[in-house]
Design a protein around this ligand. Structure first.
Ligand code: NAD
Ligand code: TYD
Length: 337
């Protein structure tokens, strides 16, 4: 039986991936290695916590001994690396932890995986490493790296370290760069779940600037199937862009959500813009589609409807989050805005 180490498996995408992979690969044992920062939540994995092919290990990817020990103990064949600090606004308030986890942590993991002769290393990255687009064009895998936020810069740094390991040592590493994800279990600091939670409570919906910024959205399960394809068939040393060809302006998303929730547009509040706010992201995913035969299964409209339904059904999940330290975060980010 193959053994897969998933870092950051208690976060949004990682937990969706763990669930998806246990269902779709009966021959694989999964070890979820996660520090449980504010964004890591074992409630995301309640339904699989007792699964006989699933193990949780609490640990920090910056802790060399813990990482090495885990890879050795579970005889890991492949790594899927999600663990990261992931929120742009938090990186603007304090970049240090982004450098520590995203850059140093990735190097610690790379070293340990190489020493233990892990057969495949999939580094989960983001389209934000390419910077911002104007009104036209799309990011391809050969677009220059031009990260603008501290978050994006730290992810670009980690991408370069992964490529350096592949180039220098022939280490079997591959990188994916995905557009904005949405779906179940996303922490309500990100646009879509934050707007759903606020609208449910008839609280103002804080749209940055004029809401004209564009993101290219992908339902999280489609990201998981793309990662599966890259893990199984992706070529080492390569980068694969992943995206759903679903560009949408922030203000249009907020209006769509209000429509689904039957809430008034008067809840929309335009607030001070994010500093250095990237205008537009758009992904050219033709490489993964033609080379690996991947395609998204869910349209943006379907995915948004399913996401709202999930948040309505799982209200205790997000209420548990917004009742704790999140309150302080929200005050600091939004009250004076
Ligand atoms: P998330 O913030 O929801 O989860 C991050 C997880 O990593 C948490 O469980 C956290 O506890 C864990 N973690 C953080 N620091 C750690 C450390 N030092 N050691 C071990 N675990 C640690 O993030 P997400 O949205 O699920 O994103 C996962 C990955 O996908 C990230 O690498 C992110 O850059 C990338 N990505 C995210 C998106 C998106 O739209 N969310 C898009 C493209 C790529
Ligand atoms: P976010 O979900 O933080 O993802 P990213 O910054 O990584 O793309 O934000 C998505 C878009 O929504 C981005 O253009 C910023 C905007 N936004 C708001 O307008 N208001 C908010 O409260 C948040 C969190 C984001």
């Amino acid at each position: 039986m193959r053994s897969l180490l998933v870092t950051g498996g208690a976060g949004f995408i990682g937990s969706n991936f763990v669930r998806y992979f246990l269902e779709s690969h009966p021959d694989v044992r999964l070890v979820n290695f996660d520090k449980l920062t504010y964004a890591g939540n074992l409630d995301n994995l309640r339904d699989v916590q007792d699964h006989d092919r699933y193990t949780f290990v609490r640990g920090d990817i910056c802790d060399r001994d813990a990482v090495q020990g885990t890879i050795k103990k579970y005889d890991i064949d492949a790594v899927v690396h999600f663990a990261a600090e992931s929120h742009v606004d938090r990186s603007i308030h304090g970049a240090a932890v982004f450098v520590t986890t995203n850059v140093l942590g990735t190097q610690v993991l790379l070293d340990a995986a190489r020493e233990q002769k892990v057969g495949k290393f999939l580094h989960v990255s983001t389209d934000e490493v390419y910077g911002s687009l104007g009104a036209t064009g799309k990011f391809t895998e050969s677009s220059p790296l031009h990260p603008n936020s501290p978050y994006a810069a730290s992810k670009a740094g980690s991408d370069l370290l992964v490529l350096a390991a592949a180039h220098t040592f022939g280490f079997p590493a591959v990188i994916t760069r995905c557009s904005n994800n949405y779906g179940p279990y996303q922490f309500p600091e990100k646009l879509i779940p934050l707007m759903i939670a606020n609208a449910t409570d008839d609280k103002p919906l804080p749209v940055y600037g004029e809401g004209a910024n564009v993101r290219d959205w992908l339902f999280v399960r489609d990201h998981c199937t793309a990662l599966d394809a890259v893990l199984e068939r992706g070529r080492s040393g390569e980068v694969y862009n992943i995206g759903g060809d679903s560009e949408c302006r922030n203000i249009d998303i907020v209006r769509l959500l209000l429509g689904i929730l039957r809430k008034p547009e008067s809840l929309i509040t335009f607030v001070k813009d994010r500093p250095g706010h990237d205008l537009r992201y758009a992904i050219d995913a033709s490489k993964i589609m033609s080379e690996l035969g991947w395609a998204p299964a869910v349209t943006f409209e379907q995915g948004l409807q399913r996401t709202v339904e999930w948040y309505i059904k799982h209200e205790p999940w997000w209420r548990g989050i917004i009742s704790g330290a999140y309150k302080q975060y929200y005050r600091e980010m939004y009250e004076e805005r």
